[in-house]
Design a protein around this ligand. Structure first.
Ligand SMILES: CC(C)(COP(=O)(O)OP(=O)(O)OC[C@H]1O[C@@H](n2cnc3c(N)ncnc32)[C@H](O)[C@@H]1OP(=O)(O)O)[C@@H](O)C(=O)NCCC(=O)NCCS
Length: 230
C-alpha cells in the first residue's frame, strides 16, 4: 500500500488568510471546492484540509508516476463523510483520512479502499497524535501515522521527523530505531533495516511547529522475525 501525508500548522504565519496571494483559492481549488469554501463556517480550516488532502495524494501520485506535477486543481477533493475524502487525479483515486486539532491539520492518503475501514485514533496529547488503522492491520495490512510537535531541541524538522519515523518503523518491525535508516530516492523517503531496504512505504511532512509521518504495509523481513532487539 502506498501512503502520502501532509501536516499544516494552522497558526503558522504563512497559513493565515492575509498572508495568501489574492488569487490563492482560484489557483489551488476547483469550482466545487471554492463553492464549499464560500459557504463554510470555518474556511481557514477547510482551506488547509483540502490543501493537505491534495498534497498527500500528490505524494503518492508522484510515486506512481515520476512525471506527475503538483497542478493543484487537477487533484480534486470529494468529501466522503466525517474525516474522509477521496482525491481524484487522472485515472487514480486516493482515500484520504484527515485529522484536525485547533493547531494542525493532518492528512494521510492511501492508494486503496481504506475508506471501508473505520479507524481507531490515538488520543491527542500535547498537540501530538498517533493513529493506527487497526481494521486494515487485522485484514493483513496496516497504516500507521503520527503528528508530533517540535521541541526547542529539534533544530531541524527534517531530522526530527526522521527520528519519529525511525521509531515508528522500528516499533513496527520490532527493532531499535538505531537500526532503521531513512534515505531518499528522488526526494521520496525510503526505509532500510541494517542496509536492507524494508518493504514499507513511507511519507514525511513538516510545517511550522509540527512534523508528521505515515507508513503503509510493512513486511517484516524473514530473518527479522524472532530477533531479540539489542
Ligand atoms: C513534495 C512537495 C509537495 C513537498 O512540499 P513541502 O512543502 O516541502 O511539504 P512537506 O513538508 O509536507 O513534505 C516534505 C517531505 O516530503 C518528502 N518528499 C519530497 N519530495 C517528495 C515527492 N516527490 N514525493 C513524495 N514525498 C516527497 C520528503 O521526505 C520531504 O521531507 P524532507 O524535506 O525532510 O526530505 C514538494 O517538494 C514538491 O515536489 N512540489 C511540487 C512541485 C511541482 O510539481 N511543481 C509544479 C506545479 S506548480
Amino acid at each position: 500500500m502506498l501512503v502520502g501525508n501532509d501536516v499544516v500548522d494552522l497558526r503558522d504565519s504563512e497559513s493565515q488568510p492575509e498572508a495568501l496571494h489574492s488569487r490563492f483559492d482560484a489557483r489551488v481549488f476547483t469550482a466545487a471546492e471554492r463553492e464549499a469554501l464560500g459557504v463554510s463556517a470555518a474556511p481557514h480550516v477547510l482551506r488547509w484540509t483540502l490543501w493537505a488532502a491534495k498534497e498527500s495524494a500528490y505524494k503518492i501520485a508522484k510515486k506512481l508516476d515520476p512525471t506527475v506535477r503538483f497542478l493543484w486543481r487537477e487533484f480534486s477533493t470529494h468529501p466522503m463523510g466525517e474525516g474522509w475524502l477521496v482525491v481524484v487525479h487522472g485515472p487514480h483515486s486516493f482515500d484520504v483520512r484527515v485529522s484536525r486539532t485547533d493547531e494542525w491539520v493532518h492528512s494521510v492518503a492511501t492508494h486503496s479502499s481504506a475508506r471501508h475501514c473505520s479507524s481507531t485514533h490515538g488520543s491527542a496529547r500535547h498537540g501530538s497524535a498517533r493513529q493506527d488503522w487497526a481494521p486494515l492491520r487485522s485484514a493483513g495490512s496496516s497504516v500507521g501515522a503520527g503528528v508530533e510537535r517540535l521541541t526547542r531541541s529539534d533544530a531541524d524538522p527534517s531530522s526530527a521527523v526522521r527520528k519519529f519515523a525511525r521509531a515508528a518503523v522500528g516499533s513496527r518491525v520490532e527493532c531499535p530505531p538505531s537500526q532503521i535508516r531513512i534515505a531518499a530516492e528522488r526526494g521520496i523517503p525510503v526505509a532500510f533495516w541494517r542496509e536492507r531496504r524494508l518493504s514499507v512505504d513511507l511519507s514525511l511532512s513538516h510545517h511550522g511547529r509540527f512534523v508528521a509521518w505515515a507508513y503503509g504495509d510493512c513486511v517484516i523481513p524473514d530473518d527479522r522475525r524472532g530477533f531479540a532487539a539489542a
